[in-house]
Design a protein around this ligand. Structure first.
Ligand code: SF4
Length: 508
């Protein structure tokens, strides 16, 4: 029998969430370093270099790896011989109190991204509570906890299928991964749950992502069972798709594939797949009654020696003077360094703008988008002398349905986000001779260093979703859709898939 204090669980959860906000797991960072060395696609290599450089900066500066500091998912195994001391709340409330303290920590404020009333008013809960908690009562006298902070971009690409027992799991995965686009910020991992029931498969897929990356070791020793064979086959076939870092085309899309399974009904083969992104964040600790858990800071000398620098050949763009004629010259895949003023806006701001136009009303004062660029971002609040906290791009496809309206009614020149654009947005970009630029998802702190001034200009009540004006200096972006409607997210993967030559290329 062990006695565990309520305060120990709360403090341990809060510390672990702070820890994972700025320290990547070493296994992820070492696997990404190997992927960087092996990568032949220059665009993908540049994106990986940004993610690695960002990772080291965050570990040193103790600031979030990504502006999306995630929804907290916890797996908790409570020993049957545990006694709780001084407990005034249930275990779920203790975990939520830990989340609250972590996300409002004054030295490293994390972004509150949780919305209550998701089908209605979508009110921000302000402290990132509640967590999604999976609890199990097990033999023993300890409490084992795994906490993770899962980014929305990768969570949104989760898939579930109820296959026939005779269907091929590998075929389904290889067919499905390209439909997930690049909004999940590869290179990352795939968690796969096979069997059980629909909800069991989903929970297993998520829990599988909590395991360390060991694909190199697995390949070196060889598979010992059917699941390990599947892991290797899926890993190799998904990478042969040529999607690459940030969907730019390249050799590394997944660093590992993790699978958990469970017995299932004779008529069923449920398969769930959840990707984890460049902001892979999880920590594990055990409470045994001896006090709060202490997580040891990783040895930064084990971070790959990669320091991203803007390419000397990058085109420098002055946002104060750029014209529609100039943007028509930009080529897909070209790197730009932006300097000048940008406006920001993401889901809620776009919805408000659309509602204003629908009512025949004008944009709020200060929101003049003519001849300008809009950056899809919801930044972390600044601390100390920061102008803005980590401020990487959010998934652009969520704004696709607004693109035509924005280009038509505001005179906007282009948009900056992450991942691909869908056909409707690409057609609007082509028709209006606009452009779509992408920044690297998972390099938020690095990107924020290019932001020299920031102020809220409209919709302040939306918090991180307000419209800001950023003044940037040499902000790195890649031309992802040019004024003629050519998309690197189509041409890049097709080129690399043909080059890898293991999977037939279907013309896009
Ligand atoms: S790396 Fe990409 S998917 Fe992951 S949390 Fe950041 S923005 Fe979201």
């Amino acid at each position: 029998m062990s006695t565990i204090r309520q305060s120990d669980l709360i403090e341990s959860v809060a510390d672990a969430l702070q820890f994972i906000s700025y320290f990547h797991p070493l296994d992820y960072i070492e696997a990404l370093g190997q992927a960087y060395q092996a990568e032949e696609s220059l665009a993908a290599r540049d994106a990986i270099a940004q993610i690695l450089t960002n990772s080291r900066m965050c570990a040193e500066g103790r600031r979030p790896i990504c502006q999306d500091t995630g929804i907290v998912v916890a797996f908790v195994r409570i020993g049957m011989d545990v006694r709780w001391e001084g407990a005034t709340m249930g275990v779920a409330d203790m975990i939520n109190e830990g989340v609250r303290r972590a996300y409002t920590h004054p030295d490293n404020v994390l972004r509150a991204s949780l919305m209550a009333d998701p089908a209605g008013a979508r009110r921000n809960t302000r402290d990132n509570t509640p967590a999604v908690i999976h609890m199990e009562v097990v033999p023993g006298d300890t409490v084992e906890v795994t906490v993770s902070a899962k980014g929305g971009g990768s969570e949104n690409k989760s898939k579930l299928v109820m296959l026939n027992p005779s269907d091929s799991i590998v075929d389904w995965v290889v067919k499905t991964v390209p439909t997930m686009g690049a909004g999940w910020c590869p290179p990352g991992m795939l968690g796969i749950g096979i069997g059980g029931s629909a909800e069991k498969a989903m929970v297993m897929a998520k829990e599988a992502l909590m395991e360390p990356i060991d694909m190199h070791e697995l390949k070196a020793r060889g598979p010992a069972n059917r699941l390990e064979e599947l892991r290797i086959e899926i890993h190799d076939k998904v990478n042969a798709l040529g999607i690459g870092a940030q969907g730019l085309g390249g050799l590394s899309t997944v660093l590992d594939v993790k699978i958990l399974d469970y017995p299932t009904h004779a008529a069923s083969l449920p398969v769930a797949m959840i990707p984890n992104c460049a902001a892979t964040r999880h920590a594990h600790f055990t409470l045994d009654g001896s006090g709060p858990a202490k997580l040891e800071a990783p040895d930064l000398s084990r971070w790959p020696k990669v320091e991203w620098k803007p390419s000397p050949s990058a085109r420098r763009v002055d946002l104060a003077t750029v014209t529609r004629e100039q943007i028509a010259q930009w080529k897909p895949g070209e790197t730009l360094l932006l300097s000048g003023k940008l406006l920001t806006g993401r889901d809620a701001a776009h919805k408000r703008i659309a509602d204003l136009f629908a009512r025949g009303e004008a944009l709020p004062e200060g929101v003049d988008l003519k001849g300008r660029f809009i950056y899809y971002v919801g930044p972390v609040d600044p601390v100390r002398d920061e102008v803005v906290g980590p401020a990487g791009p959010t998934t652009a496809t969520r704004m696709d349905k607004f693109v035509d309206m924005m280009l038509e009614k505001t005179g906007l020149l282009g948009m900056i986000g992450k991942g691909e654009r869908g056909p409707v947005a690409i057609e609007a970009i082509r028709r209006h001779r606009a452009v779509y630029l992408m920044a690297v998802g998972g390099a938020a702190y690095l990107v924020s260093k290019a932001i020299k001034a920031s102020r809220v200009v409209a919709f302040a009540d939306l918090g991180m979703e307000a419209i800001y004006e950023f003044e940037v200096k040499d902000m790195p972006v890649t031309v992802a859709v040019d004024a003629a409607g050519e998309s690197v997210h189509e041409t890049g993967p097709a080129h690399w898939r043909a080059k890898i030559g293991k999977i037939a290329v279907v013309p896009v």
